[in-house]
Design a protein around this ligand. Structure first.
Ligand code: GLY
Length: 347
């Protein structure tokens, strides 16, 4: 088993092992010694795993129940947020009780934000079931819900008490969701590690457990230095500023992973033209993105995309922090004024 300690303001461990799900009850009991547990899940994941988890928890001494969302981005609404808070209150959850997020990034973000707010903070555990949630959203304490004006506009940094990653749970993940997570895995390789990227170039699915653990270690390395996302953590946004703009421009018809993959390609294309990035790195990135089924048509009107990037929540005043890969495994961030950002997109 890989035990990855995340040394932030409230430290915790991420455990990664095939088959770990069957031991979830005992692991959580080691941390909490009983009490009430609200398992938060969505209808798809819930059908497969929620009762199994509830039985494990109840048989070891917890009193567990299940809260099921419909899934999809609309589950990350203020309405669902309030409903989950009210459910905790109706069931008399106290500060010593626990929320368990069993699902992908949407379930994790909603559960985390509810946990941050209920009674000004109760413990929560992340059990990610999608690749994206395993390598990215379950670790690092970003929690949020969406507002009408945009995604993730209300939220908090609130760390879980542990993250339990069982790569075997991915066997039931739809292929499209898996590719979506691969975009984030490719991001880690491109930004932080040539050796991780080489594994992706070889397409070795057999080492998935190691790949997931490697991504989490890269996330650990930035989150420990920059828990609140003011500096090097922003490297995790490679491809995301343009990716978010693509999501908005296409009215969320593309998956987050598809949009991020296109974002990585577009920004890298400009980085090559402006002399920041080598053509070799660009060609390697293109190939891996293509091999993972993430290479799509790219006929976007750049000016429309840029307009959306000006509204990105990560914009600070008149500046945008741009993440650029120079070589595979070597990246920089550059704070660009709006004028420089526009100039970056001109030949
Ligand atoms: N998903 C990016 C971050 O956690 O900072």
């Amino acid at each position: 088993m890989e035990k990855i300690k995340i040394n932030v303001s409230k430290p915790y461990e991420v455990l990664v092992e095939n088959g770990l799900f069957s031991r979830t009850g005992e692991i959580i009991f080691g941390l909490k010694k009983g009490g009430k547990v609200m398992i938060v899940t969505d209808i798809n994941v819930g059908k497969l795993y929620a009762n199994k988890l509830k039985n494990q928890l109840n048989s070891i001494g917890f009193s567990a129940q299940i809260f099921t969302t419909n899934g999809g981005e609309q589950s990350k609404s203020t309405t669902e947020f309030a409903k989950l808070l009210e459910t905790l209150a109706e069931n008399e959850f106290t500060r010593t009780d626990t929320v368990v997020a069993l699902g992908g990034g949407i379930v994790g973000d909603l559960s985390g934000f509810v946990s941050a707010c209920y009674l000004r903070g109760i413990d929560y555990v992340q059990i990610p079931t999608s690749l994206l949630a395993m390598v990215d959203s379950s670790v690092g304490g970003k929690t949020a819900v969406n507002l009408t004006a945009g995604k993730n506009l209300a939220g908090a940094f609130y760390q879980p008490i542990c993250v339990l990653v069982d790569p075997e749970l991915l066997s039931t993940l739809p292929k499209k969701e898996y590719s979506c997570g691969m975009a984030e895995v490719i991001k880690y390789g491109a930004v932080f590690s040539n050796s991780l990227f080489k594994i992706l170039e070889n397409g070795e699915r057999a080492v998935l457990e190691k790949v997931i653990a490697d991504c989490i270690k890269h996330k650990k390395s930035v989150v420990e230095i920059d828990e609140f996302d003011n500096g090097c953590r922003q490297k995790l946004n490679f491809g995301h500023t343009i990716g978010h703009a693509i999501e908005k421009l296409t009215d969320y018809k593309l998956t987050h992973g598809q949009a991020v993959a296109l974002g990585m390609l577009l920004i890298t294309d400009r980085a090559v033209k402006k002399g920041y990035c080598t053509e070799e790195a660009q060609s390697r990135l293109n190939k891996v993105i293509k091999n993972n089924g993430l290479l799509l048509e790219q006929n976007f009107d750049i000016n429309s995309l840029l307009k959306y990037t000006f509204n990105d929540k990560k914009r600070k005043g008149d500046f945008i922090t741009v993440v650029i890969v120079k070589e595979i495994g070597e990246s920089i961030t550059e704070k660009m004024s709006i004028e420089k950002w526009q100039e970056f997109w001109k030949d």
